[in-house]
Structure formats: structure tokens, C-alpha cells
Design a protein around this ligand. Structure first.
Ligand SMILES: Nc1ncnc2c1ncn2[C@@H]1O[C@H](COP(=O)(O)OP(=O)(O)OP(=O)(O)O)[C@@H](O)[C@H]1O
Length: 468
């Protein structure tokens, strides 16, 4: 395995190199003048500005957003270049630059790709699906699985946007989205969650014979035996064996116990790996507040409300009922918050996340259901009301009260997207939670800074500095 100058470990299974077809594209490249974006708060302090300097980030060779190449050099079809430029993407990020040549080379090769949260993994696999599909065939040719309906819907929006100048047809494999008696899906690309995808493949609603690409986003979660591993394996077993599809696994985290399974699941894969100390994004400042007890946690959250609404915030709780209870209490006390978790029905979940995405609510109280993948650029604060624990993973109900480091990385990664700044705040309230946080701090090798619970000015000051 080789480590390159920019800190990625890349393992190629053979000399699969890019064949950059530099096509004369009529695609218009956006001028790189949009370098600076400002998001200004309307509450607490009108002088509080969050400045994002995308172009500068790309100029820093150590940034995961840095790339020496252009999208044209990656050999993408002109129609896809048009889609990218319409989205305002001017240059690939580091993971896109690294992964796309390997993903698009022929014969197709499997990929296990790792890159920090918010660095553009979605575009890498979406562009691969769109490149490999033959639009003249009315057959499903690429499927993509994600751990939540919210993420599946988000991925689909990227497929549709990047495929805007192609005739791509798409369909969802998520609960309550298709009529129960549907007999045939011929969409080129199907995006969904594993349960519904299994059902559609088993009933042969989707003809698996033409599937050339099989993507797992949040792959470590999708393959984890404590998570969705069994269901994902079921999907794979329903795919053709004689001509297996190209298998593409992406995540910001690949803990060792999953990596072994990932290697079996996607044999002979090209690999792009991060080192342990690079797992979390530099732009996210981490804080903690030492609360006296559970009730004090609630009081502190309420006292933070104005700060939470400067941009948008996501509050993570351990249990659904905690999310509901907090949001009900805060609503009764006159604060505008939304709550989202897996016990709500499908249409309600869609409405809640869409409304939050549009900025109608500034504070979303939730569980691990949206800890991964959700990309809402205005989110500049994440609160771990409860720290994530191993015993909440998937369907296991063990007594394992160790912190769930991967989920922590994904949770705080809901902020600080693509070079933006963000902050995370952990609530600790006793020795046990304090030790759990200490373990997170040690494992990630990043300092978690104390903020006094009775000094909101201190909090505001630190926030301003962190988001500058
Ligand atoms: N080349 C690019 N130029 C500009 N913006 C980009 C580029 N690539 C991705 N983005 C934007 O960066 C944001 C984060 O991308 P994405 O959601 O794919 O991250 P990710 O790596 O999948 O993160 P996570 O691990 O949290 O799922 C998105 O808003 C996306 O539109």
C-alpha cells in the first residue's frame, strides 16, 4: 500500500488507470468567482458572520478538497460535465479526483473508498452510475443503497441533478413509495434502503440481470453485523453471479471489524483509505458542556436556543422518546423546533426533513437515523445531547456502553461540509459520560474544549471564533 503526498493510502488492484477522454464539451464551466459565501445570522447578533472560502480551501494541498485536476481531465461525458457545472461544481475534490479514474476504468473494478464527511463522495459514485448506464436500454443497470430513507432521497436528488442533461430514469426503493402491486421497474438507476430493495428484487419487480453497478453509501454501516449487514448481503445474493456488478463502497469510516467483511463483499477492490488521525474534518471545532444532571441538560439546551438558530442545528439524542419529549417541551415553551426519528411514518419523515432543508425550522431534534450522510450546508452546529454509544447500534441491545466513535464522527460531520466551518457541543453530565467523551477525544486525537454552562457569552465568543 502506498501513501501519497496528501495523506491518502491508495491500493490499486492492478494498473487500472484513467483514460481521460478530453472531450470537446459544450458544457460551460462556472467562473471560479464564487469563492466566498456568507451566511449571516438574523438573530442573536447581526454582526455574526459565517464566511466560507471554498476556493481557498481548494488551494490548500493538504485539504481534502484540493485537487490538481479538472473534471474534464477525469474523462466524464459532456452531458455530465454540464450537470456538474449547473450545480456550481468547478473542480473535483480530492476524493473525486482519486476515485473517479479508478471507478471509471475498464474492465470495471470494485472500490472501497474512504474520505472525510462532506468531501464529495456522493458525486464520485453518482457520476460512476450515470457513466455506466446505457440510456438506450430500459433496464435497471445501477442500484444504490443507503441506511435511511432521508439519505436515499438526498442521493436521488444528486442523481437527478447531475443527470439533468441525460435521459436517465430513476426510481426509489424506499418504504411506502411504490404501489404495493407494482410489477415492473425499468428505471436505469434505483436508489433505496435494503429492505425495500430486497423485496423488489425478490419479487422480480426489478430485473437484476442488467445490474452493472452496486453502490453502498455509508458502507461500514450497511455491512455491519450490528447494523444492516444481513439485509445488505441479502441484496447482493439476489444479484447476478455469473457477471457480478461493480461493487462500490464509500464511507467516512471503516472500522477494522467491518473492513474485513468489506474486503470479502467487494473482492479485489481498489482502495482509498484515510489514516486514523485524519478521520474528522479540520473545520469542525468540538466543545463540551459539563451539566449537573439530565434535567440540567434540558435547561442548557433551552438556554442555547438563540445560538442554535444562528444557522441551523441538529440535536442528537439516544432515544426516540427523548427527541419527542424535548421537542414537545421546547415547543410548549415557545421555541420552534422539529423532531425526526424512525418511529414516524414515511410521509411525515419526508415532510420534516424537507422543511428543515428549506430552513423553515432552524433546530432539528433527532436520533442516529440521520447521523450519516445528510448534507445541509447551513447546519453550523451539532449538539450531542446524548453521546452515541455502541449499544445503540443497529438492532443490538447489548450492555456495551463504550462510545460509538464512528457514529460520533458522522454526527459531527453534519456540519463543516465541504470546507465550511462548524461546531459540535457534547453534553456530559456524570462521570460515565465524561469518561466516554474522554475516550472519543483520545481516539480522534482532537481536543474537545470546555464551555462553561453558566456563561453564554463565553459560548457565543467561542462560537464566533470557531466559525470565523
Ligand atoms: N467538486 C465539488 N465542488 C463543489 N461542491 C462540491 C463538490 N463535490 C461535492 N460538493 C458539495 O459538497 C457537499 C458534501 O458532499 P457529499 O454530501 O457528497 O459529502 P460526503 O463525502 O458524501 O459526506 P458524508 O460522509 O457526510 O456522507 C455537498 O453539498 C456537495 O454538493
Amino acid at each position: 500500500m502506498e501513501k501519497d503526498a496528501e495523506g491518502f493510502y491508495t491500493t490499486k488492484t492492478d494498473d487500472a488507470t484513467a483514460k481521460p477522454e478530453v472531450t470537446e464539451s459544450e458544457a460551460k464551466k462556472p467562473e471560479v468567482t464564487e469563492a466566498t459565501r456568507s451566511e449571516t445570522s438574523d438573530l442573536i447578533s447581526s454582526t455574526f458572520e459565517v464566511t466560507v472560502t471554498l476556493a481557498d480551501q481548494q488551494a490548500d494541498p493538504n485539504s481534502p478538497l484540493y485537487s490538481a485536476k479538472s473534471f474534464e481531465q477525469l474523462g466524464l461525458h459532456p452531458d455530465l460535465l454540464k450537470g456538474l457545472y449547473a450545480l456550481g461544481f468547478s473542480k473535483p475534490s480530492k476524493i473525486q479526483e482519486r476515485a473517479l479514474p479508478l471507478l471509471l476504468s475498464n474492465p470495471p473494478q470494485n472500490m472501497i473508498g474512504q474520505s472525510q464527511s462532506g468531501t464529495g463522495k456522493t458525486a464520485a459514485f453518482v457520476l460512476t452510475m450515470l457513466t455506466r448506464v446505457d440510456f438506450s436500454l430500459n433496464k435497471t443497470q445501477a442500484i444504490c443503497l443507503a441506511p435511511s430513507r432521508e439519505l436515499a432521497r438526498q442521493i436521488m436528488s444528486v442523481v437527478v441533478a447531475m443527470g439533468k442533461f441525460t435521459p436517465v430514469q430513476t426510481e426509489y426503493a424506499i418504504k411506502d413509495n411504490l404501489p404495493r402491486d407494482v410489477t415492473r421497474i425499468t428505471a436505469h438507476i434505483v436508489v433505496g434502503t435494503p429492505g425495500t430493495m430486497t423485496d423488489l428484487l425478490k419479487r422480480r419487480v426489478i430485473d437484476s440481470s442488467g445490474i452493472k453497478v452496486f453502490v453502498l453509501d455509508e458502507a461500514d454501516n450497511m455491512l455491519d453485523q450490528d447494523g444492516l449487514g444481513d439485509q445488505t448481503l441479502r441484496v447482493k445474493n439476489l444479484l447476478p453471479r455469473t457477471q457480478p456488478p461493480q461493487i462500490i463502497l464509500f464511507s467516512a469510516t471503516f472500522p477494522d471489524h467491518v473492513r474485513t467483511f468489506a474486503n470479502k463483499f467487494a473482492p479485489n477492490a481498489n482502495k482509498i483509505e484515510l489514516q486514523k488521525e485524519e478521520l474528522s474534518v479540520e473545520g469542525i471545532r468540538q466543545f463540551y458542556m459539563d451539566c449537573r444532571n439530565e434535567e440540567h441538560k434540558y435547561d442548557i439546551l433551552v438556554s442555547l436556543y438563540q445560538l442554535l438558530t444562528i444557522g441551523q442545528s441538529i440535536i442528537f439524542c439516544q432515544h426516540r422518546h427523548t427527541a419527542d419529549r424535548i421537542s414537545q417541551r421546547m415547543t410548549v415553551e415557545g421555541h420552534k423546533v422539529a423532531s425526526l426519528h424512525g418511529a414516524k411514518d414515511a410521509s411525515e419523515r419526508d415532510a420534516i426533513i424537507d422543511s428543515f432543508r428549506e430552513g423553515r425550522e432552524k433546530v432539528l431534534i433527532t436520533t442516529n437515523v440521520i447521523a450519516r450522510g445528510i448534507d445541509i450546508l447551513q447546519v453550523n452546529m451539532v449538539v450531542n445531547y446524548d453521546l452515541p454509544l455502541m449499544n445503540e447500534r443497529g438492532h443490538t441491545h447489548s450492555n456495551d456502553a463504550r462510545p460509538d466513535i464512528e457514529t460520533y464522527i458522522h454526527r459531527i460531520g453534519r456540519t463543516g461540509r465541504f470546507g465550511r466551518k462548524g461546531i459540535s457541543v457534547n453534553f456530559v453530565h456524570d462521570k460515565r459520560t465524561w469518561l466516554q467523551m474522554e475516550e472519543i477525544e483520545k481516539t480522534l486525537g482532537k481536543r474537545i474544549i470546555r464551555i462553561e454552562t453558566d456563561d453564554l457569552d463565553d459560548m457565543e465568543e467561542k462560537m464566533k471564533k470557531a466559525l470565523k
